[in-house]
Design a protein around this ligand. Structure first.
Ligand SMILES: [Zn+2]
Ligand SMILES: [Zn+2]
Length: 345
């Protein structure tokens, strides 16, 4: 098959022929219809993820068609259209038994623990636990974003932060996951402030319903003060959707007393650990929460809102590329606003 491969961390990203994957017991191989390019693919390429070994094929945000089924799979057949959360859970540990598949203690992740979906085919483990069937009218390009960024944002806003109508929500970093959070929060009736350093990203945030935007590179007095001004004392919920020392601290400082911070953007230690203002956390009784993808069993609520037209993930896809252009797009993650999706290998 054809795949996007890197042999060294930060080295060339080249498309070449590699062996086809075979399904593991309980697993499947999916013919990739579309695969998003996400910031965590960039982290994998940069060597920020200890699970990645070389040579490596990135890609974890996918939709496609089941092409081969391993022994012991009960629910899926060749030809089924599916997506999958980027955390593929074991289905058997105590966390899975509690329904918390997104923090499974024996999880695998395509594009990290094994070769990923920027390829013609990808192997996925524990298919009965992890695959999510796609409705006929949801195309692969749109569905691909449900494997990581859109579903991650949905869980962060709706299930972890439990944002309520009328609350102020600040989104720090309006890339793929941030813009998804803007759209989802607006649909939930929240009032949204988008923060980014890119005017193009802020324009998209406003198009998706953000009431205010703050240019992080140009906020006199600092981002947190500006958010406090715009929201009458600070946001109820604030999300670091980028994952950086600056956006993490800005997000926590943007909150009003008793506010909830949700960390969604990855913070690999190689890029420095953020200085979390714990003095502020205790004095204002803030909640600091983490959110890590979304379990397959939680997808029906999201798919229902998409089918009903309440959520429109396709609006976030700003570029559809071929696999031959995926390397350049991965190396330039964050340079262009919105979500880039590779379709066709
Ligand atoms: Zn498990
Ligand atoms: Zn991702």
């Amino acid at each position: 098959m054809r795949a996007l491969v890197f042999e060294t961390f930060g080295g060339p990203l080249t498309v070449r022929e590699v062996p086809d994957p075979a399904p593991a017991p309980g697993g499947v191989v999916v013919e990739v219809g579309a695969s998003g390019i996400c910031r965590s693919d960039w982290h994998a390429w940069q060597g920020h993820d200890p699970d990645v070994s070389l040579p490596h094929v990135p890609g974890h945000e996918l939709a496609g068609t089941v092409a081969a089924v391993g022994p012991g799979v009960a629910r899926w057949r060749v030809g089924d259209r599916v997506t999958v959360p980027f955390v593929t859970a074991c289905g058997r540990c105590d966390r899975c038994a509690a329904g918390e598949h997104q923090v499974c203690s024996r999880q695998t992740q395509p594009g990290f623990t094994h070769w990923g979906s920027l390829a013609s085919y990808v192997a996925l483990d524990a298919a009965d636990v992890n695959l999510v069937g796609l409705p006929d009218d949801l195309d692969d390009v749109t569905a691909a974003s449900l494997g990581c960024r859109y579903a991650t944002a949905f869980r962060a806003v709706v299930q972890v932060a439990r944002v309520r109508a009328g609350e102020w929500l600040a989104v720090h970093g309006c890339g793929g996951v941030g813009l998804s959070a803007v759209q989802i929060a607006v649909a939930a009736g929240a009032r949204v402030v988008g923060v980014d350093v890119s005017p193009a990203a802020l324009r998209l945030a406003r198009d998706l319903g953000a009431e205010h935007t703050v240019d992080g590179g140009d906020a006199a007095g600092g981002v947190a003060d500006r958010v406090a001004e715009l929201t009458g004392g600070g946001a109820h919920v604030s999300i670091d959707a980028l994952g950086s020392v600056v956006t993490c601290e800005d997000s926590i400082r943007s909150l009003r007393p008793r506010g909830r911070h949700v960390q969604v953007g990855l913070l690999p230690p190689a890029q420095g650990r953020p200085a979390v203002p714990m003095d502020r956390v205790i004095a204002a009784e803030l909640q600091v929460l983490g959110s890590h993808g979304m379990a397959a069993h939680a997808y029906p609520e999201l798919l229902g809102l998409v089918a009903a037209g309440r959520l429109a993930p396709r609006r976030l896809v700003t570029r559809v590329l071929g696999l031959d252009d995926a390397g350049a797009a991965l190396a330039a993650v964050g340079a262009a606003p919105g979500i880039a999706v590779v379709a066709g290998s």
